[in-house]
Write a protein that binds this ligand. Structure first.
Ligand SMILES: *Cc1c(COP(=O)(O)O)cnc(C)c1O
Length: 426
């Protein structure tokens, strides 16, 4: 692999590199276990003296290649694949913050992440507070506390479709010696590499565009590799001996990727939640066409957004790729070729009830909870994915009661528009 390859080439070529006579296609190693010639080789693996496979909870050859492909596409040093995007986001924080710590997050996050942060991580003693996306630098800085261990944002919020102003959050985080974590699910590494704009850790729900065909739930955490965990003195778990691993010091013994190694040998070892080999196989396959698909998703979504904007029965449209969108300038600055991915939101004249009628009348577009696969789908977040959020959390997440989220697929755009038109007139 050549690190300077462009994203389309990395998507196809990175990850799996067969040796002479080996399968050209990534093999699916559906095995929990590996065989050794002597006891010492297993002992060395357990002591982290040598890398290799010993048990698929911790690492598996198929999952390993998927991790390498995503790490290459994100321009990171290492990635750890997990069983879901939820697991990826939970581990990205649990690897850094513990009971008594604080994390600052953007309020416009995916509903599942808000729930994880405000309910489950809170029970673990990690306090997470939120700033709104319009908060300026001073407001962000003043929300960071002495015990704040990370700033967490979504590059393109699901479903508020707010583009994170990476440079602002990176500057605020780094001024306090803490990392910026970016959930990059919606743009994918094809449209945006948050590491180029100051992020230190990237997460994905690979369930979405990366798999792209709605076959596999999965998540991944990627490390950029140059964050200084020692400088602030805030991360002793990285810089002091880990007695659960014979005194390993992650920043000393695994200086290239201390975050990823720590995450794997502590969190994945103890809690599990690894990605299944079959899901990694399918998601790795999905990556190969990701650049092509994202291009089509973006083109179709822009066309559909323009169509809806001019439709007599539509009251508003939110798509960051529309020039009149307040997000447009950030799309131009941070996203490749100004493409804005395949998800848009709109409201139907007549509000929630009229919106539901229109959704029920769709024929090509299905009502699905999923988003970001090849098939066009619609969702009403307030009554579906975000129904556990309170009214104020809904507003903070950018979800109005009439909001319909449309995940524009890669079908012919004329067919998508015709279906929307007949449903909106129904
Ligand atoms: C779907 C999603 C998640 C959660 O991922 P799962 O794979 O469903 O667990 C996290 N973040 C964003 C932005 C998502 O869209």
């Amino acid at each position: 692999m050549d690190k300077n390859w462009k994203i389309e080439t990395l998507a196809v070529q990175a990850g799996y590199e067969p040796k002479d006579g080996e399968s050209r296609i990534l093999p699916l190693v559906q095995s929990t276990t590996y065989k050794y010639d002597d006891v010492q080789s297993v002992a060395d693996l357990f002591d982290l003296k040598k890398s290799g496979f010993f048990y698929s909870r911790l690492a598996n050859p198929t999952v390993d290649c998927f991790e390498k492909k995503i790490a290459a596409m994100e321009k990171g040093v290492m990635a750890v694949a997990l069983s879901s995007g939820q697991a990826a986001n939970a581990y990205s924080l649990l690897n850094i913050a513990k009971c008594g710590d604080h994390v600052l997050a953007l309020s416009s996050l995916y509903g599942g992440t808000v729930s994880l942060f405000t309910n489950t991580l809170k029970k673990a003693g990690i306090e997470i507070t939120f700033v709104t996306p319009d908060a300026g630098y001073d407001e962000v800085i003043s929300a960071i506390r002495p015990n704040t261990k990370a700033v967490f944002v979504e590059s393109l919020a699901n479903p508020a479709l707010v583009v994170a102003d990476f440079e602002l959050y990176a500057k605020a985080a780094h001024a306090n010696g803490i990392p910026l974590i970016v959930d990059n699910t919606f743009p994918t590494p094809v449209l945006c590499n948050p590491f180029d704009f100051g992020a230190d850790i990237v997460t994905h729900s690979t369930t979405k565009y990366i798999d792209g065909h709605a076959t596999s739930v999965g998540g991944i955490v990627v490390e950029k590799g140059d964050f200084d965990w020692a400088a602030s003195g805030k991360f002793p778990e990285f810089t002091e001996p880990d007695e659960s691993y014979h005194g390993v010091v992650y920043t000393r013994d695994f200086a290239a990727a201390p975050f990823s190694v720590k995450l794997r040998v502590q969190l994945v070892r103890d809690y599990g939640i690894p990605q299944a080999p079959l899901n990694a196989f399918l998601s790795h396959l999905g990556c190969e066409t990701l650049p092509l698909r994202i291009e089509r998703h973006s083109e179709n979504a822009l066309e559909v957004a323009k169509f809806l904007k001019n439709h007599p029965n539509v009251s508003w449209v939110n798509y960051p790729g529309l020039p009149e969108s307040p997000e447009y300038a950030k799309v131009q600055k941070y996203f490749r070729n100004g493409m804005a991915s395949g998800v848009l939101c709109f409201g139907v004249k007549g509000g929630k009830a009229a919106g539901e009628r229109a959704m029920n009348a769709l024929k090509l577009a299905n009502i699905v909870v999923h988003v970001a696969d090849v098939r066009t789908g619609v969702l009403h977040p307030a009554s579906m994915t975000h129904r556990q959020l309170s009214d104020s959390e809904l507003i903070a997440a950018g979800v109005s009661p009439d909001l319909i989220r449309l995940s524009v697929g890669i079908e012919n755009v004329e067919d998508i528009k015709a279906d929307l038109d007949q449903a909106l007139r129904a």
